[in-house]
Design a protein around this ligand. Structure first.
Ligand code: ATP
Ligand code: MG
Length: 427
């Protein structure tokens, strides 16, 4: 390995034995998005640095210390997207999708943050993002939560996650709260770490979001934002909780949930788990109406969230209930020169007739015995065996690799019917 090149720290390969679980989750995600009438949008991975500075906020972890920013050959400052909300909104504004229209969108792909790599925290990670535009009513906030509730159930991990909710109110309400918060933290200055002391005047709400265990006590006793909410914000929040209660979706109110990004207002929520140590937030989002004007659009409404796929997969890996599709159904063993040609032809005919059947053909001959070992190892249910005799007669032999059914030799057409039945009975 002396001279091989390694991947970048915190950026991981997903190896073939891991991809079936990813694909399983991705299929369910697509299904659930479709069930709510959401459309997929595909966005660039690189955007102008300015976009993230303007949207996420200069005084946030992401912009201060996590972005992969570089000058391209023209000297323009570009950034590998650390999240998808800014790019999604940028695209919708650029293509005039928000003029009097309602949109429900989702995207899926890699995000980049220069963080300290650890379990559940990587420098390249995959997010599912969901963004909705043009809807003021709290029912859309509730719909996003119901959609995730359904997704957890379909993925089999509903009992591993809990919903936490809070309201950040309006800009004015937050301003009043912010003043009171600064007064409180000034009274407890020695309890604040260096980061928080610096944030006291730039972004004091972010102090509530600290992960420093030594600060949990001072944060727990801080004044709560809920007390500063006006009627409009209260009604919006109650609109959500009454839908959840009506449908029996449990939630917890977490008054210290503020989210790390600047653009949220009113609703914020997180789905958290106790099973992943300190990387316990699997999915997070909220309402961010004000970002639209901040990025140059006309006043409008926006609610969305993002889910971390690696954290989701870590939860799913603990399940023993998931049955994953096997990569191979049928493994073809070919012995003899004529058989090699006839085998390829039959495999093609079988793929045409039974498109869903997964057929792997042994290449680079080898003895019957060594080919048969590979057939067993492939995980296939059946081996198709073809020698020169069978080839000459237009026949193949089929042998079950899962039980002692013995071997049967069939004309090609009946062998095709055999595998049609096999697939039909498996469904
Ligand atoms: P955290 O508090 O864990 O740093 P965050 O508030 O920075 O998360 P968001 O920006 O809201 O996270 O991203 C939404 C989700 O994306 C997170 O809940 C998490 O599941 C996932 N996520 C964020 N950063 C990472 C990362 N570095 N590695 C893996 N997943 C991540
Ligand atoms: Mg973070």
């Amino acid at each position: 390995m002396a001279n091989t090149i390694q991947a970048i720290r915190g950026m991981h390969d997903v190896l073939p034995e891991q991809t079936p679980l990813w694909q399983y989750a991705e299929t369910i995600i697509r299904d659930v998005m479709a069930a709510y009438g959401y459309s997929e949008i595909r966005l660039p991975i690189v955007e102008k640095t300015e976009l993230f500075k303007r949207s996420i906020g200069e005084v946030t972890d992401i912009v201060e210390k996590e972005m992969y920013t570089f000058d391209d050959r023209n000297g323009d400052s570009l950034t590998l997207r650390p999240e998808g909300t800014a790019g999604c909104l940028r695209a919708c504004l650029e293509h005039s999708l928000l003029n009097g229209q309602v949109h429900r969108l989702w995207y899926y792909g890699p995000m980049y943050r220069h963080e300290r790599p650890q379990k559940g925290r990587y420098r390249q990670f995959i997010q599912l993002g969901v963004e909705t535009y043009g809807m003021a009513g709290s029912d859309i906030d509730a719909e996003l939560i119901l959609l995730m509730d359904r997704l957890w159930k379909r993925l089999g991990i509903r009992d591993k996650v809990r919903l936490q909710l809070n309201s950040l109110g309006t800009i004015e309400e937050r301003k009043a709260y912010r003043e009171e918060l600064v007064v409180y933290f000034q009274q407890h200055l020695d309890a604040l770490d260096e980061d928080s002391q610096r944030r006291l005047h730039t972004n004091p709400l972010r102090i509530l979001d600290t992960k420093n265990p030594a600060m949990q006590d001072v944060v727990a006793k801080a004044p709560e934002l809920m007390a500063f909410l006006g009627d409009g914000s209260r009604q919006h929040f109650q609109g959500i909780t009454s839908v959840l209660e009506g449908l029996g979706v449990p939630y917890e109110i977490n008054p210290r949930l503020v989210r790390g990004l600047d653009y949220y207002g009113k609703t914020v929520f997180e789905w958290v788990t106790d099973e992943l140590g300190s990387q316990g937030t699997v999915c997070a989002g909220g309402r961010y109406d004000s970002l639209i004007e901040q990025l140059g659009g006309k006043a409008n409404y926006a609610v969305g969230f993002a889910m971390g796929m690696e954290r989701l997969l870590a939860l799913m890996e603990t399940l023993d209930t998931i049955v994953l599709a096997k990569p191979v159904d049928v493994y073809m063993v070919r012995v003899g020169t004529q058989a090699e040609r006839a085998g390829l032809q039959f495999a093609e005919a079988l793929r045409t007739a039974v498109p869903a059947l997964k057929i792997q053909v042994n290449i680079d001959s080898g003895s019957f015995k060594s080919q048969f070992k590979k057939a067993d190892k492939s995980g296939a249910d059946y081996a198709i065996i073809i020698g020169d005799d069978e080839a000459g007669r237009g026949e193949v032999s089929i042998k079950s690799l899962r039980d002692e059914q013995g071997q049967q030799t069939l004309p090609n057409s009946l062998a095709i019917a055999f595998f049609q039945n096999y697939l039909a009975s498996r469904k």
